[in-house]
Write a protein that binds this ligand. Sequence first.
Ligand SMILES: C[S@@+](CC[C@H](N)C(=O)[O-])C[C@H]1O[C@@H](n2cnc3c(N)ncnc32)[C@H](O)[C@@H]1O
Length: 325
Amino acid sequence: MKNNPLPRLDTSPELKEKLLSYCRLRKGEVWIDPVRGHRVGCLDATIPEHLSLIMAQELAQLAIHDPPYNLAALEIRDLEDYIKWSRIWVSNTWSMLDENSALYIWLGADQNNGFQPLPDFILMMREQPFTPRSMITMRNQRGYGTQSNWMAVRQELLYYTKGKPLFNVDAEYTDIPKILRGYYKTVNGQLTDNLERSRASTIRAGNVWVDVQQVFYRMEENISGCYAQKPLKSIDRIIRASSNPGDLVIDYFAHSGTTLLASEILQRKCYTIDLDPIYAEITIRRLEHLRATGKTGWQNGHPFEDIGTELQQSNTEHQSENLLF
Ligand SMILES: C[S@@+](CC[C@H](N)C(=O)[O-])C[C@H]1O[C@@H](n2cnc3c(N)ncnc32)[C@H](O)[C@@H]1O
């Protein structure tokens, strides 16, 4: 079996430097997909001119943003700065959304740090014209704080709307069978339980998602080198619930390109950007790889494996570390 993953790129500056020469976008540039018209930019979500460049005067029906929000993000900016920075890309997003559209934002709540940035972010969102609709919690499999506190396994997902966008409730059903009886009610003189009354045989996702596997190296969709990849299943659920085929989906923090991939699979168009040319390149390569192989990632491999031996050699020393992940 092939065993050639990349180490985490955020902690491998030398490797990143090498990979730069294989990236087709420089800062300020956009790649246009010749097949379906998706667009990938090496651009900054806080710069309105960059967003005009990627949007090409179109408005999106759905935005799915996954900004950096973990410890590392708060090490780069203090909380106040982080919120100021967020305010800019949130209001930029408003002007790029259709009059009836949805906005989803992934965020963390660090229990070792006043649950930030979630509370201050939510307060900032109260100044924005978006309507708050739901706060979804997705359960991760790995967590932290296991010895002296409840293990932190939450991943927050905020749902806001502009105008009155669609909501496809069918997309809200999981593949978890309904097994619990109860919740009795009399209908037409007959005592019935919830299983008899309900139309679906599986449970609704609701706003607590426990059925989504966190991405790890054994999964086909894993993109080694990336450190913050969201599961395709979660993005798929958002896209099916809040858009129709042919709609435009935007994601201003592409990273491993999950939103682009799910949009391609579900026949939406996606305009996505990342500040870093490496992640913009990975995003494009992931789409091309899907089309060439039908695969959603590079299990036991990586997006630059066509480059050959030069990279393989520099990569070998990192492999054992990555396999422990
Ligand atoms: C948490 S990751 C997104 C993960 C993504 N949802 C996925 O499934 O792979 C955040 C990404 O935002 C990018 N980023 C950070 N600041 C940015 C900015 N101002 N504009 C655009 N992208 C930015 C980072 O380079 C990083 O790749």
